[in-house]
Design a protein around this ligand. Sequence first.
Ligand SMILES: NC(=O)c1ccc[n+]([C@@H]2O[C@H](COP(=O)([O-])OP(=O)(O)OC[C@H]3O[C@@H](n4cnc5c(N)ncnc54)[C@H](O)[C@@H]3O)[C@@H](O)[C@H]2O)c1
Length: 331
Amino acid sequence: MEWLVTGGCGFIGTNLIRHLLREGGHRILVVDNLSVGRREDLARVCSFREVAPPSLGRGWKGEAVALVVGDIADRELARAAVQGREVVVHLAGNTGVQPSLADPWSDCINNVLGTLNYLEAARRGKVRRFIYASSGATVGRCSPPVHEKLCPAPVSPYGASKLAGEAYCSAYFHSFGLETVCLRFGNVYGPGSSHKSSVVARFFRRALEGRPLEIFGDGNQSRDFIYIDDLIEAILRAAKAKGVGGEVFQIATHRETTVRELAREVVAVLREAGVDRIEVRHAAPRPGEVRRNFSDITKARTRLGWEPRTSLRDGLALTLAWFQEHYSPRR
Ligand SMILES: NC(=O)c1ccc[n+]([C@@H]2O[C@H](COP(=O)([O-])OP(=O)(O)OC[C@H]3O[C@@H](n4cnc5c(N)ncnc54)[C@H](O)[C@@H]3O)[C@@H](O)[C@H]2O)c1
């Protein structure tokens, strides 16, 4: 299958590419502006050819993976990049609440206009399926479990921009027949996430730097933590399942874990790996974040035939093993 992965040098993108190559029979074009992901991150999972936008029309020879360095706002690049692709997995954009609070404008340009740009290119380029990386942040304040029928009320610019992306996906399905599938990822963790500001990555970074784990607020805020391999399986199924155009799916585990409980699990996993004397301390709560969050994944179970398989303890142990081998503080 011919894939286009925007943001393919990032955490989820590199893991997706690793899985596709393991499965075999795929060719993958990556568009990434390298604002976060790096060539070295992509090189860790595959060998690839770097191509310039003008040569895209002729395709590329040799490697199964090609990288074009560019921004998702670039309309000409988007048009060239979708040529001959069957599936687009749109991962690039602003990825968090805190940057969206610091700069809502840039969050909007990246997440709304960047997504619109790739939807427009995809429908003109006759792409078969468009997978959109959405987030539980679209729903905002509600009593969990979050599910697809709740009326969204985002509490952060990030939630708003991701929701706008979902709205455009719906519009492109109903107006133009482009088979969009929106996946609202839970809190994803796993190998390759050492640059992320998510709580699991922060805990492991700090522990390996010999610093205390830091919990924002009282630690009773909850999240739904999903291991990367389970998430990738959901993306693969969303790319192939029949009759899911225009749909939205919660992709998480249906398990609610407080940050306090997570810290306990992280400390246990660290101890098992011989990292002892971990201090846990509390810091001021952060604005724009919901108190409780976990997802009902019944729809993904029934329509995608998907099931998350990795326990939190196993996933954390696999993540720590990766951090111990690969993590070094970035300059
Ligand atoms: N990781 C999670 O827990 C999580 C949860 C919910 C949703 N998501 C969504 O999944 C997607 C991927 O997340 P991730 O964790 O892999 O993030 P990441 O930051 O590791 O990867 C994103 C990649 O996109 C690239 N990028 C950013 N802006 C770009 C632009 N304007 N043009 C081209 N490339 C650009 C970055 O260089 C990076 O390589 C994002 O859309 C994010 O919002 C992630």
